[in-house]
Design a protein around this ligand. Structure first.
Ligand code: ARG
Ligand code: ZN
Length: 420
């Protein structure tokens, strides 16, 4: 205990002595098929089973659900599924093996290239640590001072900077906000958002006029503590790293912590739950700081996209209940244009709809706040690839195709905003 107390509060890239790396050896990912009426019941039973986690992307209208099963619970779960006549496929037989294969270290050629580089270390051939991502943003600000600036808008609960990059349009341009990494384990999100940044800056002329007439504000890693923790210790960590005392569960789900319908359906008051909403609305610095920054630009921000994974959905408000704003048709039309553009760019199909109606109700989300409180017309949550074959463990070779889809989405949004 003394050792822990004496340790520095924060050792950024070091592994704390007391921290273990969690292994998912022998954990299996099952795709369970259940007809809709039986699904809810089966879902409830499985969620209450020790050693079982239902990955949270089961669409309301889909008949499958993705279920992660620890080895010691496998027999029990199989028995339950068989008894109830529920069919399933083993999609991943050993999750740890999938994790080990997901993010290969750079090849010798790539290593050599990286050694020779002066500016930054991002490649989009692998998932990078926070230091590389932040180094990339700082590099852009230094290299393109007229176009790019980086502002630390606040700090995470463990003290890491929340870095927003601004890519400037023309004087008087409307603004679009993009964020990634609200959920730590969704690595494809920060990877795709940094891909967007790189294209909007370093390949600026390839993407048409609309993107040049927007002020882009982009926070690629909303949850830097969770992101680092998912690299160092637990690949499947979702929440932030709010501590809650010895022996108690850590972390608040940042996408349940926003001050709009906080604590309603699809959010929990129980700190051990993955959807713990926090002790109150905006109890977490990450959400509070983000919301203050957007409010400070109020009136100019006309588009908001939060990138998550997985499932391939383009979701618009509302998320707290199966209801829609009065301009539902506009959100839906632009959503469908985004889906078409994403398909053209990368080949994956994305489903468009209201967040609660299409996926499941979840209150206190950033999107509902962006629309309901900040009044941003075109507000979306985009769930990137895939549809549950790798799930959160999407191999690094998919970063570029998924990044292209994400870029196509925001280009389409830029056109819609410019026509407002
Ligand atoms: N997968 C996201 C989550 O669970 C979906 C959020 C959609 N938005 C919402 N307000 N429910 O947080
Ligand atoms: Zn998410």
């Amino acid at each position: 205990l003394c050792l822990v107390l004496a340790a520095p509060l924060r050792a950024l890239e070091e592994e704390p002595v007391s921290e273990l790396r969690i292994s998912y050896e022998g954990s299996k990912l099952l795709k369970v098929t259940a007809p809709s009426d039986e699904k809810k019941e089966a879902l409830r039973t499985l969620e209450d089973t020790e050693g079982v986690e239902v990955w949270m992307t089961i669409a309301a209208n889909s008949s499958t659900m993705d279920v992660l099963v620890k080895p010691e619970s496998a027999d029990k779960v199989k028995e339950f599924l068989d008894e109830n006549g529920l069919q399933f496929d083993v999609v991943i037989d050993d999750l740890q093996a999938a994790i080990d294969a997901e993010n290969p270290s750079p090849s010798p050629e790539e290593m050599e290239e990286l050694e020779g580089r002066k500016g930054h270390r991002m490649t989009w051939h692998s998932y990078h640590r926070l230091a590389d991502i932040h180094g990339f943003l700082d590099y852009l600000a230094q290299t393109y001072p007229q176009l790019v600036s980086v502002e630390t808008i606040g700090n995470s609960i463990e003290g890491r900077p929340l870095k927003v990059v601004k890519i400037s349009g023309q004087p008087g341009s409307p603004a679009i906000w993009l964020d990634g990494g609200i959920h730590a384990r969704e690595w494809i999100s920060p990877a795709s958002v940094t891909y967007i940044i790189s294209e909007l800056v370093e390949n600026r002329d390839a993407h048409g006029e609309a993107v040049k007439n927007i002020d882009w504000y982009i926070l690629p890693v909303v949850n830097p503590d969770g992101y680092e923790y998912s690299h160092r210790s637990d690949r499947l960590w979702r929440k932030n790293r709010r501590a809650s005392g010895a022996g108690r569960c850590a972390g608040t789900d940042l996408n349940r912590n926003f001050d709009y319908k906080w604590g309603g359906a699809g959010a929990s008051k129980e700190p051990c739950k993955e959807i713990y909403a926090g002790s109150g609305p905006f109890s977490e610095p990450e959400t509070y700081v983000l919301s203050n920054f957007i409010q400070s630009k109020a009136g100019t921000v006309k588009g908001y996209v939060s990138f998550h994974s997985y499932g391939q959905y383009i979701l618009h408000p509302w998320g707290y209940a199966r209801a829609y704003p009065s301009d539902h048709a506009d959100l839906s039309n632009v959503g469908r244009k985004i889906a078409n553009a994403m398909y053209q760019a990368g080949g994956a199909s994305y489903t468009v709809g209201g967040a609660a109606a299409t996926l499941y109700p979840a209150s206190g989300g950033s999107d509902d706040w962006a629309r309901g409180t900040a009044g941003i017309k075109y507000t979306y949550t985009i769930e990137l690839r895939d549809r549950g074959f790798f799930g959160f463990i999407l191999p690094a070779q998919y970063i570029i195709p998924t990044g292209r889809e994400a870029l196509a989405a925001v280009k389409t949004l830029a056109v819609a905003v410019s026509e407002l």
